[in-house]
Design a protein around this ligand. Structure first.
Ligand SMILES: [Ca+2]
Ligand SMILES: [Ca+2]
Length: 192
């Protein structure tokens, strides 16, 4: 699916298309969409940077909206990050943790349990592009430095809020966050 936003009304068009969308326009967090995290972030030129002080704790970005069960994909467009990256993407109860610190922390967490410790040392700029987590009766992680999507059979039916974070001496800069309903076979259509 390709959405072509107009240059003048990008955010509202995203809101009309996606289940949740934030392009991070303006220079502060949209409090209609997100809880807390007013410090330790910066927003400018339609980009948000998480953990600007490069110290723990990180600025847990949590959506006001919550999700229960269903098939969803969360897509985050990453524009830059520190070489040493710690990045958490997903929902409260279905989240993947990148941690260049190693296998003690990285992996998939479902319903509060670290259920799988697959992970890898992300190369420099290895997450620049689209990072996505898909929940579709399983969990699928896809990112630019991981050519084969990683799949796990575990998933949550009580997803909760969106969660994004970076911590320790890492930061990550994000162009947008989008959530949409996911179909294994995307529909095709024609105009008659
Ligand atoms: Ca943006
Ligand atoms: Ca911090």
């Amino acid at each position: 699916m390709i959405v072509v936003p107009s240059s003048t009304n990008q955010a509202s068009e995203g809101d009309q298309v996606f289940d949740f969308y934030d392009d991070f326009n303006g220079n502060s967090l949209d409090t209609n969409k997100w809880l807390g995290a007013s410090s330790d972030i910066s927003i400018s030129n339609s980009i948000i940077t998480l953990n600007t002080d490069h110290q723990s704790p990180g600025p847990y970005l949590r959506s006001i909206k919550t999700w229960t069960s269903g098939n969803y994909i969360i897509e985050v467009k990453v524009v830059s990050h520190t070489d040493y990256v710690r990045f958490l993407i997903g929902f409260e109860n279905n989240v993947y943790v990148y941690d260049d610190g190693g296998s003690n922390y990285w992996g998939l967490r479902v319903n509060g349990q670290r259920i799988n410790s697959w992970g890898y040392d992300v190369p420099a700029n290895g997450l620049v592009g689209i990072v996505s987590l898909t929940i579709v009766s399983k969990t699928i992680l896809n990112d630019p430095s991981n050519n084969t999507p990683k799949e796990w059979s575990s998933y949550s039916t009580n997803l909760g809020r969106i969660q994004l974070n970076s911590w320790a001496n890492s930061d990550i800069s994000i162009d947008y966050v989008a959530i949409r309903k996911y179909a294994d076979q995307e529909p095709t259509y024609r105009i008659e």
